[in-house]
Design a protein around this ligand. Structure first.
Ligand code: FAD
Length: 394
C-alpha cells in the first residue's frame, strides 16, 4: 500500500511515519527476493523453506513489537505493516512469523518467568529456535474451554497428557507453549494453565497434518503428549484461565488485520496487470466496464480495510485497543480479502486456477485465515455481544 503503487488512491502512505515506511519497504524487499520466487513450489510440495526463519530473525521480524530479550521493539503499526508485506508473499509465511512472535514468544514474554524469558526469547527472536502454540483440540476449536489436555501434579513435577490439533509450526518447533487443564497447586486453583514444553521432552511428538488444500506453505501438526513430565518451573507462574491464551490470540489477530490485506493487495496488483495485457474481443480486458467495476470495488474495499487496520494500529500504540475492536478488524480484513482474491481469480480466467499466478493460492490460504484466530462467526458474536449486551455463544 506504499505510495509506489497505483492502488494507494487515498494516499494512505502519507499517514505513515518514515520509520514505518522504511520497515514496510524492507519487508517487501525480503518477500520479493526470498518468498515470491519460491512460494509456488513450497505450496505445491506442501512445505516451506525454514531458512527464511533465521533471515526473518536477522531482520528483526520475530516478536518485533516486543521489547527486550533481543526483540526489535517496534510500534504496533510497523508490526502490522510487516505482516501485510509477509502475507503479500503468502499467508503461510505470515503465519509462521505470527505464531512465532505473537503466540509463542508473546506468551512467554507476557506470562513467563524471568528464567523462561531468558531461556527462550533471545533464540526465538533470532530465529535460532522455532516455537508453536498449542491451544486447539480436535473437538474444541471455537470453544477451547472444553479442552481435555490435562496437567497432573506429581510431587514437584507436572505430567501432561492430551492431543492438540491444527498446530502451526508443530513438527518443526523446538518449543511448544501448551495450554492444559491443570491440577490446583499450593498457590493457584485448578484451571487452564500454560506450559513451556521443549519438544525433545520424552512423550512429546508432533505428526504433520497432510492433505491440506490451504496454507500449504506452512507446517501444521498434531501435538501428542503422552506422560510428558516437566519440572515445576515449566508452568507460567501467574496466569490461570482462558485469559492467558486469549491475550496471545489477540496479538496474533491484530497482525492478521493488516496481514490479510497484503494477500488482497497482491491479488489486485496481479489482476490489474493481467487485465492490462490480456486481450479479449480484440481489446484489453481492463478497458471493459464490467472489469473496471470489479477493480474499482476491490480497490475501495482494500483502502477501507487499510484505514481500519491503521486506526486499530494507532489505538494499539496508544494502549487503547479493545479486543472487540480487533474482532471488527479481523472479521473485515479477512472476509473482504477473501472476496477480493476470489474476484481477482475471475479476472484471470483459467490462468487464475494455476500456481503460475498467486490469486487462487491466496484465496485458498484465506479460507484458513477466516477460520483460525477466531472464526468469522465467533467475531460476529463478539461484536453482537458488544452491540446488544447479550452473549449468544452458547
Ligand atoms: P469449530 O469450532 O468446530 O467451528 C465450526 C463452525 O462452527 C465454524 O463455522 C464456527 O464459526 C461455527 N461455530 C462455532 N461456535 C459457534 C457458535 N457459538 N455460534 C455459531 N457458530 C459457531 N490452533 C492453535 O491452537 N494453534 C495453531 O497454531 C493453529 N494453527 C492453525 C492452522 C490452520 C491451517 C488451521 C486451519 C487452524 C489452526 N488452528 C490453530 C486451529 C484454529 O484456531 C481452529 O480451527 C479454530 O479455532 C476453529 O475451530 P474448529 O476448526 O474446531 O471449528
Amino acid at each position: 500500500m506504499t505510495g509506489t503503487t497505483p492502488l494507494d488512491l487515498l494516499k494512505i502512505d502519507h499517514l505513515l511515519s518514515d520509520d514505518e515506511r522504511d520497515i514496510q519497504a524492507t519487508v517487501r524487499e525480503f518477500v520479493d527476493q526470498r518468498v515470491k520466487p519460491f512460494v509456488a513450489d513450497w505450496y505445491e510440495r506442501g512445505d516451506i523453506d525454514l531458512g527464511i526463519v533465521k533471515e526473518a530473525g536477522s531482520l528483526g521480524l520475530l516478536g518485533m513489537h516486543l521489547t527486550g530479550y533481543g526483540c526489535a521493539g517496534t510500534n504496533a503499526v510497523s508490526y502490522g505493516l510487516a505482516c501485510l508485506e509477509l502475507e503479500a508473499g503468502d499467508s503461510g509465511v505470515r503465519s509462521l512469523v505470527s505464531v512465532q512472535g505473537s503466540l509463542a514468544m508473546f506468551a512467554v514474554w507476557r506470562w513467563g518467568s524471568e528464567e523462561q524469558k531468558q531461556t527462550w526469547l533471545p533464540d526465538l527472536a533470532a530465529g535460532e529456535k522455532i516455537g508453536c502454540f498449542g491451544l486447539t483440540e480436535a473437538d474444541f476449536g471455537s470453544n477451547p474451554s472444553g479442552m481435555r489436555t490435562q496437567a497432573r501434579r506429581e510431587g514437584d513435577d507436572w505430567v501432561l497428557n492430551g492431543t492438540k490439533m491444527w498446530i502451526t509450526n508443530g513438527s518443526v518447533a523446538d518449543v511448544a507453549v501448551v495450554w492444559a487443564k491443570a491440577d490446583a497447586d499450593h498457590d493457584h486453583p485448578a484451571g487452564i494453565r500454560g506450559f513451556v514444553v521443549p519438544t525433545d521432552t520424552p512423550g512429546f511428538s508432533a505428526p504433520k497434518i497432510t492433505k491440506k488444500l490451504s496454507l500449504r506453505a506452512s507446517i501444521t501438526s498434531e501435538l501428542v503428549l503422552e506422560d510428558v513430565r516437566l519440572p515445576a518451573d515449566a508452568v507460567f507462574p501467574d496466569v490461570v484461565g482462558l485469559k492467558g491464551p486469549l491475550s496471545c490470540l489477540n496479538e496474533a489477530r491484530f497482525g492478521i488485520v493488516f496481514g490479510a490485506l497484503g494477500a488482497a493487495r497482491d491479488c489486485l496488483e496481479t489482476a490489474l496487470d493481467y487485465a492490462d495485457t490480456r486481450e479479449v474481443f480484440d481489446r484489453p480486458l481492463s478497458s471493459f466496464q464490467l472489469t473496471q467495476a470489479k477493480l474499482a470495488d476491490m480497490a475501495l474495499e482494500l483502502q477501507k480495510g487499510f484505514l481500519l487496520a491503521l486506526h486499530l494500529g494507532r489505538l494499539k500504540d496508544d494502549d487503547r485497543l479493545d479486543p472487540r475492536q480487533v474482532s471488527l478488524g479481523k472479521l473485515n480484513s479477512v472476509r473482504e480479502s477473501l472476496a477480493i482474491a476470489r474476484e481477482c481469480r475471475t479476472i484471470l480466467g483459467a490462468n487464475g486456477v494455476t500456481l503460475e499466478y498467486p490469486v487462487l493460492r491466496h484465496a485458498n490460504n484465506l479460507e484458513s485465515v477466516l477460520t483460525y484466530e477466531g472464526t468469522s462467526e465467533v467475531h460476529q458474536l463478539v461484536i453482537g455481544q458488544a452491540l446488544t449486551g447479550v452473549a449468544a455463544f452458547s
